[in-house]
Design a protein around this ligand. Structure first.
Ligand code: B12
Length: 212
């Protein structure tokens, strides 16, 4: 088995120590942090999702897998941030109300910081009112919203409508993402950008501040 497959397998098995060790081994072997993240760790969690859907995995298995992924992320973080640049703008980031998934959001935060953004991370399960308050207080260039559930993705629309009601919509750009979001949905709710992954999210965010 190749090391990336081994990393995926150890995420699926929820083996945090093994995942950390294999991640180090992969870095030592010269694999890029991006490859390890996408083709090893995220690939493993995607399989966990499939097993969850087919009801062969339940919450306890998913939690240990998520923990293994997070442990390995700490090994990758210093490598991922080694080429970071100076501040280019401010972002308010949140997982919308009703949703506690934050692994993807945290990776987006990391990549945005790496691209030079100052990120105010409001965390998970964040009501629209808290996002509006943070926008009034910190005056960010961009709001980033994450949703992984089909039941919570609708909260993004509410945030946009609340921004309009508070006369704040024209002052910020909105980027949305997360497994439950599609490009079509982003367009439909009037977001400024959609991104399917964290590397692309940082690129889109840079474009958004340039067109500001
Ligand atoms: C880990 C996990 C959990 C963990 C979360 C731990 C944590 N701290 O995040 C726990 C166990 C808590 C959990 C709970 C639940 N989960 Co869950 N979970 C997952 C799983 C397996 C992986 C998610 C993940 O972290 N992926 C890896 C990251 C890196 O990917 P990502 O989040 O998509 O992020 C990337 C992009 O989407 C993008 N991105 C993400 N956010 C943003 C934001 C912006 C601004 C941008 C631009 C881009 C962006 O960049 C990221 C990096 O590249 C998914 C399966 C899947 N395929 O997504 C199910 C999944 C999302 N969960 C699901 C479900 C049903 C649930 C529960 C309802 C289960 C239950 N019965 O209780 C609860 C809901 C809890 C709640 N209220 O939120 C379903 C959702 C189905 C649906 N269509 O609505 C999924 C799809 C599993 C499935 N196939 O059934 N879950």
């Amino acid at each position: 088995m190749k090391v990336l497959e081994q990393i995926s397998a150890s995420v699926i098995n929820g083996d945090a120590a093994g995942t950390v060790q294999l991640t180090r081994q992969a870095l030592d072997a010269g694999l890029s942090a991006d490859e390890i993240l996408n083709e090893g760790l995220i690939a493993g969690l995607s399989e966990v999702g499939r097993r969850m859907e087919s009801k062969t995995f339940f919450i306890p298995e998913v939690l240990v897998a998520a923990r293994a992924m997070k442990a390995a992320e700490d090994v990758l973080k210093p490598v991922l941030v080694s080429n970071c640049v100076k501040p280019t703008g401010r972002v308010v980031l949140a997982t919308v109300e009703g949703d506690v998934h934050d692994i993807g959001k945290n990776l987006v935060k990391l990549m945005l910081e790496c691209a030079g953004f100052e990120v105010t991370d409001l965390g998970v399960n964040v009501p629209a009112a808290s996002i509006i308050r943070a926008v009034s207080e910190t005056r960010p260039n961009i709001i980033g919203l994450s949703a992984l559930l089909t039941t919570t993705v609708v909260r993004m629309k509410e945030v946009i409508e609340d921004l309009k009601r508070n006369d704040l919509r024209s002052q910020v750009k909105i980027i949305v993402g997360g497994a439950a979001v599609t490009r079509d949905y982003a367009e439909q709710i009037g977001a400024d950008a959609y991104s399917p992954d964290c590397t692309d999210a940082a690129k889109r965010a840079k474009e958004l501040v340039q067109t500001n």
